[in-house]
Design a protein around this ligand. Structure first.
Ligand code: PLP
Length: 844
């Protein structure tokens, strides 16, 4: 056992770099979703495809005949791979497991009395969907199935013409790895004998067969239909199979649709008639041209898989061992106060009572106070550290709702709230809305498991006890004393959302508008295919698009700082005028999505402009403008709000400091928000401000960990403030507690801390993705699972009588910054509506 395990692991370690070079430093634990293809397989396929002439199988030519005979051969080989006797089973090629389910549904619904469906709770969404064609359907948990097997039919008896019954279940849950007994089918067939209607069983083997032997020769095996996906087993080809027990073939006799290749004769005259092919079931069900290249690849896939990994039983033993290690490892992680870090939904391995389970571990993370970690926050870090796992609902609706104890109304509420910027688990009730799933496959090794455990340990285990905050001197006196020593260090606007910034030169006064600094985020690039506004998070090269505001020329000039093919323009000029009739520029109203929000913007028709951006980024896109003053979908509202940790109404009362070592105000539960103001295309607020002193503090932590310091530009702030040279700096992160500041003679209201994502890791000079500063931010500035840096603000008219100066407020570099107020009640605060609680990311 021990030796075999060692052998397998070292064999994989020896060939992994060679066979799976794309894995490099990644830890890939997402096999239940799909596996990866090996280099050997792709090489063998490429060789075959370029050396043998294969034709479309529906003809008499020899290349065509060649394809046909290969297909027949692969069909037999696959039946053999699943140990299915060709006398008893036929194998139908389908696009994926889902297509196999749909084909079964097509057959069932064409039965004279239709069908009723009972599906087990662990079913995949693709199987649950089969209920929509059924006369009646029911979801059964284990007890429900047991009671049915005990003779209690879950459906009400029908008086006339009883429909057929379809029972669908998973051989192995793709959510938590639990396995369900093959004997269910057998037992059900025995019950059927006493019933007047026919019961058929659909077994979903997509998860089970990925890492273990699907064995149709097992005497207990009695399912009528079995679906699975080949890509989950071999990585390639993207194909599924439907295995049909010969005795169940008549289910398809009344299938209505027919496609090319499935019929012998079709009459289209007065008499509309066709003769289905009669020889075999697969001939009648495989509509149109078979994916013959893929089918031929399946042959090579089996050979390569066997050569690399040996048998499915070996894979099964290996992955089961790894998953036990992973599950035990996660289970044993504890915070300093002894509370568990992981809540595991899969069965915890127990040597005393071993259960057979698939290599899938499904869990959620909690902090030391027992609060759930948002999946989004987990994902950001996992992406940075190249830990690839699945998160969310994982297509397992019934089992998920049951594991998380989610009620239908909660699911609906999550849906209506979740359309913003991804999910945010526990927004309402501190209940998770999804799970983290790590699943193991043939090419995983022990080191993948250790690396994943180390990752969870690094970011999610609180290793020191939180110390209660020291009695802080009154915040007011401390910060306000320093306040007069601060000034504006720099001002930056980002005319095109997510592109580089335009730095306002010293000595230039810049206008502050209600919706933000003049010309900030008034344009965006919209993907031609999806209509989404492009973001640096996905397209980091946007950082190389450098805008220049040439106000005297009335032009926004954009240069691309990256490399461009010869002859391609490196810059483009866009008129600043907002009146299309003034210039020869056509606009079209287009709908787009910014951060999950539907907006209506004016997109440019100019090919010169759109081509410039598309070619620079290598993404089909167009420029769109979103000028101020729009209404409805042409306007947006600020979503920034004070975060819990910024509330100062309540005294510290021994609350632990959220950010150890950094002065920070105590928590409060009350959620208040100022009246939302208008914004353009920034993600959530008019102006983003950061403090140089906080950047310095963060850089200290970053350099201590051995990484290079980051530039201030990474945070894409509009306003950076600093200590007046020679004066002492404001305490780092003191801006978290400010409520109002003055810049020069203008008042600003601070709206709340800015939540960050891994986009701060895009190097703004090179467009490269790095790990910092997000990794260190996540360790030092994470609160309630979210990472904060910088603060949102908006201009606030302080003195109505101040005349024209106040009407057109201007700020410039060197303006004195004074903290006016840091802990008063929000006088214009409105109780926040639940749905208005936007998930906050950074400004782009
Ligand atoms: C992956 C999976 C499916 C869906 O397979 P597709 O090939 O995407 O259609 C269905 N059921 C289970 C159990 C799965 O794991």
């Amino acid at each position: 056992m021990e030796l075999e395990r060692y052998r397998y692991n070292s064999a994989v370690e020896a060939f992994r770099d060679e066979e799976y070079p794309m894995l490099q430093d990644s830890v890939y634990l997402d096999h239940a979703g799909s596996t990866l293809c090996s280099k050997s397989l792709m090489d063998a396929f490429a060789k075959e495809m370029t050396s043998v002439l294969y034709g479309n199988p529906h003809s008499g030519s020899s290349p065509s005949q060649h394809s046909s005979s290969r297909i027949d051969q692969v069909r037999i080989r696959l039946l053999d791979f699943f140990r299915a006797d060709p006398e008893q089973y036929d194998l139908v090629f389908v696009a994926n497991a889902t297509a196999g389910v749909k084909l079964v549904v097509e057959g069932m619904r064409s039965l004279p009395e239709g069908y009723v469906l009972a599906y087990h709770q662990a079913c995949h969404t693709s199987v649950v969907g089969a209920r929509e064609e059924a006369n009646e359907s029911i979801c059964l948990d284990d007890t429900g199935v047991q009671s049915w097997l005990g003779g209690k039919n879950p459906f009400k008896p029908k008086t006339c013409g009883p429909p057929a019954t379809l029972f669908a279940y998973s051989a192995q849950s793709h959510m938590d790895g639990r396995r369900y007994p093959l004997s269910w089918t057998e037992q059900l067939k025995q019950c059927e004998a006493q019933s007047s209607s026919r019961t058929l069983v659909l077994l979903d083997a997509a998860s089970l067969s990925a890492t273990s032997q699907l064995d149709l020769s097992d005497p207990r095996f009695a399912a009528d239909f079995v679906v699975t996906s080949l890509y989950k087993i071999f990585g390639f080809p993207d194909l599924g199979v439907l295995l049909v027990r010969r005795s169940a073939e008549p289910v398809f006799d009344r299938r209505r649709y027919f496609g090319g290749g499935t019929v012998d004769v079709v009459l289209c005259g007065d008499e509309q008639w066709h003769a289905p092919k009669s020889y075999s079931l697969h001939e009648r069900l495989e509509d149109g041209t078979l994916p013959f290249h893929s089918i031929i690849a399946a042959d090579m896939a089996i050979s390569t898989h066997q050569r690399l990994f040996g048998s499915m039983d070996r894979i099964s033993a290996h992955t089961a061992y790894l998953s036990r290690e992973l599950c035990r490892g996660l289970h044993s992680l504890r915070h300093a106060n002894g509370s568990p870090v992981c809540h595991i939904y899969s069965d915890i391995p127990d040597d005393a009572a071993p259960v057979e389970a698939g290599p899938v571990v499904c869990f959620n993370l909690r902090d030391s106070r027992g609060l759930w970690l948002g999946l989004g926050e987990f994902e950001k870090l996992a992406i940075l550290r190249k830990m690839h796992v699945r998160t969310g609902g994982v297509c397992s609706p019934a089992a998920l709702a049951s594991a998380l104890e989610l009620q239908p109304w909660e699911l609906k509420r999550n849906l209506s709230a979740g359309i913003r910027c991804g999910e945010d688990s526990g927004r309402f009730t501190n209940k998770p809305t999804g799970i983290i799933r790590a699943s193991l496959g043939a090419m995983n090794t022990q080191s993948d498991v250790s690396r994943f455990l180390a990752f969870v340990q690094e970011f999610f285990v609180e290793e020191t006890l939180r110390v209660p905050a020291q009695a802080t001197p009154t915040l007011k006196s401390r910060f306000l004393d320093n306040a007069s020593e601060m000034q504006v260090k720099s001002i930056t606007v980002y005319p095109i959302k997510s592109c580089s910034g335009f730095t306002i030169p010293p000595g230039v006064c810049w206008e502050v508008r209600p919706e933000g600094l003049a010309w900030d985020r008034e344009w965006c690039l919209v993907h031609r295919g999806s209509g989404q506004a492009l973001s640096q998070k996905r397209y980091p090269l946007m950082a190389l698009l450098q805008p220049l505001l040439l106000l005297n020329e009335n032009v926004l000039r954009v240069r691309y700082r990256g490399s461009t093919p010869k002859g391609q323009p490196t810059q483009v000029d866009i008129s600043l005028s907002n009146n299309p009739s003034d210039f020869d520029v056509g606009f079209r109203q287009t709908s787009s999505r910014v951060c999950g929000e539907n907006i209506s913007a004016q997109s440019y028709l100019s090919e010169e402009i759109n081509n410039f951006f598309s070619e620079s980024l290598g993404v089909p896109c167009m420029l769109a403008r979103f000028p101020a003053g729009g209404r409805g979908a042409s306007s947006r509202l600020s979503k920034a709000r004070l975060q819990k940790h910024q509330k100062t109404e309540k005294p510290p009362s021994g609350q632990p400091s959220p950010f150890p070592g950094v002065p920070s105000p105590p928590e409060s539960d009350s959620e208040q928000q100022v009246q939302p103001g208008k914004i353009l295309l920034s993600n959530e607020s008019p102006i983003l401000m950061i403090s140089a002193s906080s950047v310095k503090m963060l850089n200290q932590a970053i350099t201590e960990s051995g990484a290079p310091a980051v530039e201030e530009s990474a945070f894409r702030a509009n306003v950076v403030i600093e200590a007046v040279p020679g004066q002492c700096s404001p305490p780092p992160y003191s801006e978290d507690s400010w409520r109002r500041i003055r810049i020069g003679s203008h008042g600003f209201k601070l709206l709340g801390a800015c939540q960050r994502c891994q986009m701060v890791c895009v190097d703004q000079t090179t467009g490269e993705r790095k790990q910092e500063p997000f990794v260190t931010l996540a360790k030092t500035r994470r609160l309630n699972g979210k990472v904060f840096f910088g603060t949102h603000m908006r201009h606030e008219q302080l003195d109505q009588s101040a005349g024209s100066v106040a009407l057109r407020p201007m700020i410039q570099v060197g303006d004195v910054v004074v903290v006016d107020d840091q802990e008063e009640e929000e006088e214009d605060g409105v109780r926040e509506q639940e749905n208005a609680e936007g998930t906050t990311l950074n400004m782009d």
